[in-house]
Design a protein around this ligand. Structure first.
Ligand code: MLT
Length: 408
């Protein structure tokens, strides 16, 4: 008899954004005349930068000619892209990351979900609450938790991120082995300062723990006092893996390209306490389960690092940041407390209402789709998340509609 992985039964019936899409489809079926503005899932709306499009076309043409055709590429990614990343994203910020420490993939979601396979099932995992649900669900699937109770899984250490602590995860009371950090944060938009990150790196070094640092939104940082990479923090290379994505940076959500950095100095331990290179384990996993990102996509990603690509990406991000600032100011004028939206495309909005009820209210009354905070964890209750990924015109329309229904 074929048996299932029973841990899947501990999960909520569907993934957060699938659940939201279902509710919105039902609403649309009942009200086909209503036009909605989507400020829910963080999906980009603006076209790819020209530099990427040109490189993409050129690479497709190369595949059309037997002399320049390419089949399987290196699983870890082409050297041209890994070298461009090492130089553009790390050397430029004083972080010494080598191309052979970079693993190109088809998405940060996949990487951040898959990485936990490298570690024992009895490790202690710390996650922020609210949190990007992939961190939690993949650990549930792997059997690291009990059955959910009151929206929480026994076996996980939750780090509450609340208005009182500025939505910043604090060091845990007890020991943990694997720590998920995300800055600029999804969903709150809050950022971790250099000092806060240094405290986490010091904690990981003292406890032989490992930090999984999700930096998918680093391109939105405009505050020069903030780091873009955890490797700008002394000592981080021994204890941290970083995840980056071209999705939100260069509009690649549909194109798919991301990367993980696993430094050679980064160690995990056998049951007997012997150090093992995490990079070697990830290489083994990546080469076994992944056959690389397509050649044209990697050429398009490489173009992000050209002078033209850098200018265009900056313009693209500025566009969404202008949206974010508009959303935040509009909501604050309505008397709602918000964070995020300055170094982040997400605005995290506090409300007295139940978060799913507020989601339904905005959908039904204003025709605006947001994300209910409770979908990101217990501490997300009484919050919603608004995404700035849409056209400026739609952002203005959505804020006007919300103002109209809230102030009616
Ligand atoms: C989000 O809206 O939280 C993100 O788009 C999800 C993702 O990047 O997978």
């Amino acid at each position: 008899m074929i048996k299932i992985n029973e841990h899947y039964h501990k999960l909520q019936a569907s993934y957060l954004f699938a659940n939201i899409n279902k509710r919105v489809r039902e609403f649309q079926a009942a009200h086909p005349e209503r036009e909605l503005v989507w400020l829910g899932i963080g999906d980009v709306t603006q076209p790819l930068p020209n530099a990427c499009i040109t490189a993409f076309h050129k690479a497709v043409d190369e595949l059309a000619d037997a002399r320049t055709f390419r089949g399987y590429g290196p699983e870890q990614g082409y050297a041209f892209l890994r070298e461009a990343i090492a130089k553009g994203d790390f050397a430029a910020r004083g972080a010494d990351i080598q191309p052979d420490e970079i693993f190109v993939s088809d998405g940060a979601k996949c990487d951040v979900g898959n990485i936990q396979e490298l570690f024992a099932s009895d490790i202690r995992v710390a996650i922020s609450d609210p949190v990007y649900p992939v961190y939690v669900d993949t650990n549930v699937m792997a059997g690291r938790t009990g059955e959910a109770r009151d929206g929480r899984y026994p076996g996980l250490t939750y780090l509450d991120c609340t208005p009182e602590n500025g939505y910043a995860p604090q060091l845990p009371d007890g020991p943990v082995d694997l720590i998920y950090l995300c800055s600029p944060n999804n969903p709150t938009g809050a950022t971790l300062s250099r000092e806060q990150l240094q405290a986490w790196v010091d904690y990981a070094r003292e406890n032989r723990a490992l930090i999984l640092f999700d930096a998918a939104y680093e391109a939105f940082i405009r505050d020069d006092s903030l780091v873009h990479s955890i490797y700008e923090i002394p000592g981080a290379q021994d204890v941290a893996i970083e995840f980056r994505s071209f999705s939100k940076t260069a509009g690649f959500t549909g194109v798919r390209c991301a990367y993980a950095v696993v430094p050679k100095r980064c160690m995990a331990y056998t049951a007997a306490g012997a150090p093992v290179s995490v990079r070697d384990l990830w290489t083994r996993r990546h080469t076994t389960k992944f056959n690389g990102v397509s050649y044209p996509v990697q050429r398009a990603a490489e173009a992000v690092y050209s002078a033209e690509g850098q200018r265009e990406v900056r313009t693209l991000i500025d566009y969404y940041l202008r949206n974010a600032a508009y959303v935040r100011e509009a909501l604050q004028r309505m008397g709602l407390a918000c964070v995020g939206g300055d170094n982040s495309p997400y605005i995290w909005v506090q409300s007295d209402r139940d978060s799913w009820a507020f989601f339904d209210y905005l959908l039904n009354e204003a025709g605006v789709v947001c994300t209910p905070g409770a979908g990101f964890g217990r501490c997300g209750e009484h919050h919603i998340r608004i995404s700035a990924f849409n056209s400026f015109e739609n952002i203005q329309k959505a804020m006007q509609r919300i103002a109209d229904v809230l102030q009616a």
